[in-house]
Design a protein around this ligand. Structure first.
Ligand SMILES: [Ca+2]
Ligand SMILES: [Ca+2]
Length: 389
């Protein structure tokens, strides 16, 4: 018969097991070390995941900036390459009313500065102290109340009144002029030089006040169409803004039925305040004169700098790039360089951005309050193909 341990012995053995138990598990110190090591590992993993996510977001932000910049530069590039396009003729006879209060020479003047030069189809304004080697620290992005004489052209003319309170300080302004679209209908018969209107083979497809350039290889004329929307004539009669010279002033010459008829536009690129309140790139078109029609191209454009490439030895290649104030002859400008500083709308940076940004030689310092934005500089060189040759 097996012996049963005495009750006291059972208790003793139970007591021994209970004494050994802590040795089989973790001591409090071991547990704490494990917890600390575990927490440290977790913290490392969390940081790695956060860093990966931040990199991913940062890549996403930069991709979006790149996409926006590409679109902005495509738009400017299109108008730049078209600048000066005036059909077969190179000289443009300006029949707009230069004596009208609405006639702004900086926008509408097309006359060459020197005999033999192509028409002036590019110009711009330089913001004070934003040239090569200058430092510009952004203090405000508010376009309201900035004096127009902070911007100048080579003739020391201030920015046009029409752009008052629209352009963000510290940013340059670019003007490009060109024939835009050929009309879908042509002239019927001849147009004598003293004609006040041009008969078309059908509805014009253009509205009243549209700027029109008629052209053949002998010359071209620019006027504001005063015929009704979509009429089957074009008229250079009175009214409109800036309007036309009196019809007693002849066209540059008589045209045959083969005249080319284009819409014409004057385009101004500038940085303004976008619909969301962010600084944005704007394209203002004076295709119908008046106060122009403004389009927000891309939001989050903090700065625009432009320099102009002048050809000083007649080989159609730029020899020197200058800011607008130092351009000697707009007629010699054969290319332009455009620098854009883009930033994200979101304040997504993990750390403050304390860098400065070089835009074509101008050092831009963003505001401290915008230090959490991602930023990137984009530049391009545009050959003005209609100025060449
Ligand atoms: Ca500048
Ligand atoms: Ca050259």
């Amino acid at each position: 018969m097996p012996r049963r341990p005495a009750p006291s012995a059972r208790h003793a053995s139970t007591g021994a097991r209970s004494r050994r138990r802590p040795e089989a598990g973790f001591s409090l110190i071991e547990l704490m070390i494990a917890l600390v090591v575990g927490a440290a590992l977790l913290a490392i993993v969390v940081r790695m995941v956060a860093a990966t996510l931040a990199t991913y977001r940062s890549d996403e932000y930069l991709a979006r900036l790149q996409e926006n910049a590409r679109y902005a530069l495509e738009q400017i590039g299109f108008d730049g390459r078209m600048a000066g396009f005036s059909g077969c003729a190179r000289a443009i006879n300006n029949l707009l009313d230069t004596s009208s209060a609405a006639y702004e020479p900086s926008l509408y003047d097309l006359l060459p500065l020197n005999v033999g030069d192509p028409p002036r189809s590019i110009s711009g304004w330089e913001y004070d102290d934003t040239g090569d080697g200058d430092d510009y620290a952004i203090t405000t992005l508010d376009p309201a109340g900035v004096a127009l004489n902070k911007w100048s052209d080579p003739g020391a003319n201030s920015l046009v009144d029409d752009l008052q309170n629209l352009v963000v300080p510290g940013t340059d302004v670019l003007v490009l002029k060109h024939a835009e679209q050929v009309l879908s209908v042509g002239a019927t018969g001849n147009t004598p030089a003293n004609a006040a209107s041009i008969s078309l083979s059908g509805a014009s497809g253009v509205n009243q006040n549209t700027l029109i350039l008629v052209s053949d290889c002998q010359g071209s004329d620019l006027f504001q169409n005063r015929a009704a929307n979509n009429a089957d004539t074009l008229s250079r009669g009175s009214g409109g803004s800036p309007g036309n010279v009196a019809t007693s002033t002849n066209l540059s010459h008589a045209y045959g039925p083969d005249m080319e008829i284009y819409t014409f536009t004057v385009v101004v690129y500038y940085i303004g305040r976008g619909a969301s309140g962010e600084p944005a790139l704007f394209r203002r078109s004076y295709a119908r004169g008046g106060a122009g029609e403004t389009q927000e191209i891309v939001e989050g454009v903090e700065n625009l700098q432009v320099v102009y490439g002048e050809d000083t030895n007649d080989d159609s290649l730029a020899d020197i790039y200058r800011p607008a104030t130092q351009v000697v002859n707009w007629g010699d400008v054969v290319s332009l360089r455009v620098g854009l500083l883009l930033r994200t709308v979101e304040s997504g940076r993990q750390e403050n951005d304390t860098r400065t940004y070089n835009l074509l030689g101008t050092t831009i310092t963003p505001r401290a309050e915008d230090a959490r934005r991602h930023r990137r500089v984009f530049t391009t060189t545009i050959a003005l193909r209609n100025r060449v040759g």
